[in-house]
Each structure stands twice: as structure tokens, then as C-alpha cells.
Design a protein around this ligand. Structure first.
Ligand SMILES: Cc1ncc(COP(=O)(O)O)c(C=O)c1O
Length: 377
């Protein structure tokens, strides 16, 4: 038996005791009739937190983003401009095209998760009948593929001014908005001030088992409610789920700083090993995500490194790389591409887990670095 430190995602968390208690004890009703008091509490709580008029509880971040696309892009032949590394573009099966009939046009994300605003402006279509109608721009904060980076406030203000100038709605995929707010020490309302709609996930760093909210103006949420029903996302006594999300806002949000601190410790320790095969951009670790880069000139791949982190070699446990019960340690993470591995900190990772992960990663990275030297240039 080995002890597992699961750093694959902040979605792997289990509901806390207080979440489970709230799930069992909260008042319930039929939410499709608008009669679930716990869902109503959650919706008004998250709307207020984001400084918007209304919110809608939905099963997932993917559905929240899809509904935003469907409401903003009403006409056939509409186009939504999104980053080429955005979740909407890369990981939602092209639902915007598949289900909503919307063209997703990509603009290149810079390493910090932003994109060039001059290029964005040049990409907004006029009234040429050959072209689709630009009906929405979407941004992501924090930016997952860019390593949990927080979009700079100044850039947020600029992109919102640009979208307003062209009367194009701005949507924020804020699956990890609360992490961004914690990192910048700014209120979530400030971060989304210039956005027309925002999706927020309760089931990522906030550690609730299920659910997201779509947030915006009354008339937007009214239309979103219709779309949710059409997509099969109208849930009945959904308060059992919303109850955990309410607890997440009260209890998990105030402790996100711990995840960020642990991410910093992990990043600095890995970078401090000074191995030729591996590097971490410590400055680029803004929140709970650490991206490990494998040198291009190394024969190692993400798959190989992940496989080794998932095994316990005999001699590992003869040293320090073990729990107090003498169990070997396995670290789980995800490969983003053949040379990049993502490690994600979350509420279920204790200081002891972090320590064990560091011991294991140090052991494995040193071993792999020695066994598979980078090619000399
Ligand atoms: C940035 C971002 N947006 C949206 C989603 C989709 O959320 P869900 O898995 O709830 O559909 C994710 C999921 O990891 C995400 O990281």
C-alpha cells in the first residue's frame, strides 16, 4: 500500500463535514419552480459577492460557459472570440459550435493569460455580409492552461472598455475567480466590474462537490434560466448541492491563501533543486497551480515522469521518502503536453501531504535527471 498525494486537480476534493451537514439539513424545494430556498440563498449570495443583479445555479462550469455563449450569441452566424488556450476552446468539446451553432474564433493567449488588445480590436467584424457577427468576447481568470495566472486589473479594465466601445458583451470564465481575488487582494466584484457575465465554479478550489453559477444582469439571467432548462440543467431539490456551495463561500474562500502559499513552497523547492531536466517559473505561480517544465533537450516526457511518480521503488522507503507508517508515497498530477506537468494544490492537501510530495518529487526528479541527461547543445 502506498500513500497517495493527489495533485491532479482542485476538483478531486471531498465535501467537508460542515458541507455534508448543510447538505443533509438545508431547506429544500423545487428549483425549477424557483422554490428551493437554499438555491435562492446561494444565487443571491454569489450575485452580491460579484456586484451583479442575479445568478443562476448550474451543474457545471461547462454548462455555465455554454449558456453564456447561447445568451450572448443569439443570431445564427454569430462569432465568439476566445483565447486559443481557453477552457471554452480547448476542453468543452466545441459545445459552442456543436450545440449553439456559434463560431469560436481564437486569439492567441500570451503566457500571462491575456491577449493583445490591438489584435482583438482588429478581429472585431464590421457589417460585411461575408463575415460572421462578433457577438461576444470571453476571458479566463485565473487562466488554467497558463498556470493559474491572474489577469492584471489594468488589462481587465482595458478589455472591458474596448468591448463597451464596440457594444460586445464580455464574459469571464471565472472557474477560479476566488483564487484570483485572493491573489490580488481585490474583491471579486472589482475583478468582474467590466464583465457582462461570469461563470464561477464551486467545485474547483472552493471544494464543493458539484455546481457553478452564472452571474450577470437580471435580463441576462432570465434568458439563461430558459437555456438551462433546455439543456437539461433544471434541477429540482438542488438545495442539497447548493448547501455545500454556500458553505464553500463561507469557509473555503477565506483559506485559499493556504493553497497559494503551498504552491509557492512546492514551486520554490522544485526550482531550488537546480536540475537541468526540470524547471518551474516561480514568478509565474500566482495561485494554486504549479507548472513543471521538462527541458526540450531532455529525453524525458510528461508521461514518463508521471509514471515514475506513480510507482514506489524499493530503495525509496529505505530513506526518508515515506510516511510515518513507513508507506511509500505516490504523487498524482496531470500532463498538459509532452513537456509540461500541472500540480494543483487544494483544501485536501495538508502541510504533511505537501512535505511528502516534495520528498517524493525531489527523489524522483533527481533520479530521472541523473538517468536521462539533457542533450548537450
Ligand atoms: C477554467 C475552467 N473553466 C471551466 C471549467 C469547466 O468546469 P466543469 O468541469 O465544472 O464543467 C474548468 C474545469 O476544470 C476550468 O478549469
Amino acid at each position: 500500500m502506498a500513500y497517495i498525494v493527489d495533485l491532479r486537480s482542485d476538483t478531486v476534493t471531498k465535501p467537508s463535514k460542515s458541507m455534508r451537514h448543510a447538505m443533509v439539513n438545508s431547506a429544500l424545494g423545487d428549483d425549477v419552480f424557483g422554490e428551493d430556498p437554499t438555491v435562492n440563498t446561494l444565487e443571491s449570495k454569489i450575485a452580491t459577492l460579484l456586484g451583479k443583479q442575479a445568478a443562476l445555479f448550474v451543474p457545471s462550469g461547462t454548462m455555465a460557459n455554454l449558456i453564456a455563449v447561447m445568451v450572448h450569441c443569439k443570431k445564427r452566424g454569430s462569432e465568439a472570440i476566445v483565447g486559443n488556450k481557453s477552457h471554452i476552446y480547448k476542453y468543452e468539446q466545441g459545445g459552442a459550435s456543436h450545440i449553439a451553432g456559434v463560431l469560436l474564433s481564437t486569439i492567441q493567449n500570451k503566457p500571462d493569460g491575456t491577449f493583445d488588445l490591438k489584435e482583438l480590436e482588429s478581429r472585431i467584424r464590421g457589417s460585411d455580409l461575408h463575415e460572421p457577427i462578433t457577438s461576444m468576447v470571453a476571458i479566463e481568470n485565473t487562466h488554467n492552461v497558463c498556470g493559474g495566472k491572474v489577469l492584471p486589473l489594468e488589462w481587465l479594465d482595458k478589455i472591458s472598455a474596448l468591448c463597451q466601445k464596440h457594444s460586445i458583451p464580455l464574459h469571464m470564465d471565472g472557474a477560479r475567480l476566488m483564487n484570483a481575488s485572493e491573489a490580488l487582494k481585490e474583491t471579486p466584484a472589482r475583478l468582474v466590474k467590466g464583465c457582462d457575465s461570469i461563470s464561477v465554479c464551486f467545485s474547483k478550489g472552493l471544494a464543493a462537490p458539484v455546481g457553478s453559477a452564472l452571474v450577470g444582469a437580471y435580463h441576462f439571467i432570465e434568458q439563461a434560466r430558459r437555456m438551462r432548462k433546455m439543456l437539461g440543467g433544471g434541477m429540482r431539490q438542488a438545495g442539497v448541492l447548493a448547501a455545500a456551495a454556500v458553505v464553500a463561500l463561507d469557509e473555503t474562500v477565506p483559506r485559499l491563501a493556504f493553497d497559494h502559499k503551498r504552491a509557492q513552497i512546492l514551486a520554490k523547492t522544485m526550482q531550488g533543486l537546480f536540475l537541468k531536466s526540470f524547471s518551474v517559473d516561480v514568478e509565474g505561480v500566482h495561485t494554486n497551480i504549479v507548472m513543471l517544465k521538462i527541458a526540450d533537450s531532455s529525453p524525458l516526457t510528461a508521461d514518463l515522469v508521471l509514471k515514475r511518480l506513480g510507482q514506489v521503488a524499493l530503495d525509496e522507503t529505505q530513506g526518508d521518502c515515506k510516511t510515518t507508517n513507513d508507506e511509500g508515497v505516490i504523487v498524482k498530477a496531470v500532463g498538459f503536453d509532452s513537456k509540461t506537468i500541472r500540480f494543483c494544490l487544494h483544501v485536501d492537501i495538508s502541510d504533511e501531504d505537501l512535505w511528502l510530495a516534495i520528498m517524493k518529487m525531489t527523489y524522483v526528479f533527481k533520479e530521472l535527471d541523473a538517468a536521462h541527461p539533457v542533450a548537450k547543445s
